[in-house]
Design a protein around this ligand. Sequence first.
Ligand code: UD1
Length: 420
Amino acid sequence: MDRLVIRGGKRIEGSVQICGAKNAALPQIAASLLSSEPLELRNVPEVTDVNTMLSLMRELGVVATHGAGRSLVLDAGGARNAQAPYELVRRMRASILVLAPMLARFGSARVSLPGGCAIGARPIDQHLKALESLGANVEMEGGYIHAWTNGNGLRGNRIVLSSPSVGATETALMAAVLACGESEILNGARDPEISDLARCLVAMGALIQGVGTHRILVQGVDALHGARHELITDRIEAGTYAVAAAITGGHLEILGAHLEHLGSVVAVLESAGVQIWPTDRGLMVVRSGTLKSVDVSTEPYPGFPTDLQAQFMALMAIASGASVIRETVFESRFMHVPELGRLGANISLQGSTALVRGVERLHGAEVMATDLRASVSLVLAALVAEGETTVNRVYHLDRGYESLDRKLVQCGADIRRVVG
Ligand code: UD1
């Protein structure tokens, strides 16, 4: 298992290029199943989660071909109604995103239940409720979800989600585009990755209105056709590099980042004493003064993203004063807390709330990566820790960050990957 050896104390400076968004890529790869004609996606990031999704697509008979410019052509012309096996689904929960397109295109689908997850229970009830609202039958059999339609396929209807789940909104959208008649999706999530999925579906011939709002209207069509679509850039990757610049007192241009995708993150970072402004090519992030403590609550978009909570906690670990960080999206998403403690952070946990008392300095130590965002928070903390930090199990990082260590080294960090 690879590990990263990081020597802290270097400023993050210069510029860094942000990749296409992993969380836009995964649903859009699944969406290729909706058509028998090829879908070409551009700006697809080279991360393990994308490879896992592609393994699943191949299992379902989709031919995936990589081309120039990080393009990926997905040809589901020969796709078959195979089941999505436990072996692949357990590796990545987003595999559940193949359920709706398989059901919409073939009239039935069998997908393994995703099982437990390191960041809370993460049920899929809202996905199933959305499909049932469109007339699907759903049963659990031997650890598999079996969904099927009676004769005439899915029927347009009102889908009311009880919480704005990102995945369930995507499931609802992908099912509704091929349902007969009109569907209304209420209380869905409004994340930029969902709007990007909708743009991709529209390019394939879908009829969708109200994207980015709590009321999405879909007029079902008989079939979707081939299309070409470029993914939006990864706002979580952009936010992570913003924290890297902020935590080291650096000065970084984040190429390809968009202010409007970051929602409340910009205001929170500004309150912490970080300056951020748009440039022709992305965003400039500078921190020259003292870091101030700021209280934050994670919320559905455009609130502060749960996917940046761990990184922000690393930043608050060295801010002056005390910060209260509340996690409201996922239960028990605090696995980074004890590991940040090993680096000298002073954090106490009570339920879904962390109290972070800023310390003057962190110290290098050996730490363990536990999930994608938890592990990157350890890398960020290590950038300012005195001495050497070893981050073990970095395969978690590779799931969602393309070349994180190489990019940080290009911006001045002292990081070595030990392959093993
Ligand atoms: C997506 C992102 C993930 C991000 C999360 C929240 C992808 C591939 N992953 O995950 O990086 O952290 O959004 O922004 O896009 N829930 C239910 N029932 C359901 C579905 C979800 O109760 O049927 C709950 C979950 O347990 C969780 C909350 O809703 O507490 C949010 O989950 P959701 O928005 O669905 O996250 P994902 O789509 O899995």
